[in-house]
Design a protein around this ligand. Sequence first.
Ligand code: DX5
Ligand code: ZN
Length: 232
Amino acid sequence: MARQSPIIAPSILSANFARLGEEVDAVVAAGAQWIHFDVMDNHYVPNLTIGPLVCEALRKHGVSAPIDVHLMVKPVDRIVPDFARAGASVISFHPEASEHVDRTIQLIRDSGCKAGLVFNPATPLSYLDHVLDKLDLVLIMSVNPGFGGQSFIPHALDKLRAARKLIDAAMERTGRPILLEVDGGVKADNIESIARAGADTFVAGSAIFGGGDYRAKIAAMRAALARTTGSE
Ligand code: DX5
Ligand code: ZN
């Protein structure tokens, strides 16, 4: 099955929240495909961010790009239908934050969204054993969740390679696409090796919103990615 062409998903965690709609418009105009939306609850992770009201506000503002909701909350299930109603496209969660991982995946799908499972640096990929065929996305964390601007953890490359093998086998078996996303410390100067390890969907927060020209930042990432696919 053909590999997904690369998706760049700027994380609005590093955007200027005082003018969030314009920030999202700007990165989409600069070439971003998705908007990555980090939800933190000061319980599952030690930080507090944004919820469904902000997602809905972006939709009302006119954002039509897919919104990739990364839930770092515990419990998970109660907030899933709220995000679906608020316009989320993909909803991903951490298996340690749900008592019933399979049920949460089903809940996300029943809500009309694509479902993703997120792996912290110390979380084993064995959580995929019985659910991979129900997932639309696997997200490998390359930092510990909670904050933007951290350094990429090199061991994530091994995990991406292992996840890539599992996903390729599953896609071969079922014919269903599954995306492999990476989140944390992704920059123009490491995105090539990350792509070579198997990722097709790239979250980048501080590397894009950290100042400067968004178009140039995204173009530099695309140029590095083109060296791995030869197609862009
Ligand atoms: C971390 C978040 C990331 C974060 C990435 O918990 O899930 O999405 O915003 O930020 P950078 O790209 O700055 O590491
Ligand atoms: Zn994230």
